[in-house]
Design a protein around this ligand. Structure first.
Ligand code: MN
Length: 242
């Protein structure tokens, strides 16, 4: 039997030129999963059926960052600042999320991941923070990915509070969208000082936590983010053994 849990990481879309297009996952996800004791595998998006077949191979799934979620899925028309969208990825990930929650496959949802998690469960998104939120912080940082740029307040009693052992942490920020109406089955676990939701947790029996920041790019140098990955991998290990 395998000793390490297999962690599927959903991929984004990249086109380099007419001859090179395919799946994209930032290397930091692989490094962080491997460093925390998991086996990272990349999940390309094809269609919902293929997503479910791939999920069957995984002890845990990371919903990675990337393209904006098509507002079609939360009943809105596109805002002028909406970025690139891939409906194939949205549909594959919506199916994957439903399957994971139903079959108790732990989910770690990062950036776009927490957004598609919320949309899947019936929530909505702010399509563009700078133009749709009053007096926002800078959430699309101009410095390198791994650097912390703003604080978040962690909700007492949340899984994040328990794992991180802190009520206020500093995070990086590489998002122009955020959660608006939070789905009924999610509860807010962290917020920025401008009121932007920075983390949610699933209230059902399956394990799912979503963060708006990028812990995978902080984990190499930040002990709290390393701990976040280790705690997630432990949940996946338990699922693997169950
Ligand atoms: Mn932020």
């Amino acid at each position: 039997m395998r000793q390490k849990p297999v962690i599927g990481i959903t991929g984004g879309y990249v086109k380099h030129n007419a001859f090179m297009e395919g799946v994209y996952v930032h290397h930091d996800y692989h490094r962080s999963v491997a460093a925390a004791g998991g086996i990272p595998i990349v999940l390309p998006f094809l269609n919902p059926e293929a997503a479910l077949e791939a999920a069957a191979l995984c002890d845990g799934v990371i919903l990675s960052g990337g393209e904006d979620v098509d507002p079609l899925y939360y009943g809105e028309e596109p805002h002028p600042q909406l970025g690139y969208t891939t409906r194939e990825r949205d549909e594959a990930e919506i199916a994957l999320i439903r399957h994971a929650l139903e079959h108790s496959i732990p989910l770690l949802a990062i950036c776009r991941g927490v957004q598609i998690l919320n949309v899947t469960l019936g929530g909505t998104l702010i399509q563009d923070i700078p133009s749709q939120w009053s007096d926002p912080l800078q959430h699309s940082q101009k410095v390198e990915r791994g650097r912390d740029t703003h604080a978040v307040a962690i909700e007492p009693g949340s899984w994040l509070a328990e794992i991180l052992g802190a009520m206020r942490i500093r995070v990086n920020s590489l998002h122009h969208q955020a959660l608006k109406e939070v789905a009924d089955d999610l509860k807010v676990a962290a917020s920025a000082s401008d009121g932007i939701i920075e983390a949610v947790e699933y209230t059902g029996s399956s394990f799912a936590v979503g963060v708006q920041w990028h812990p995978e790019s902080m984990a190499a140098t930040n002990p709290l983010m390393k701990r976040l990955f280790e705690a997630f991998i432990i949940r996946c290990k338990k699922q693997q053994e169950a």
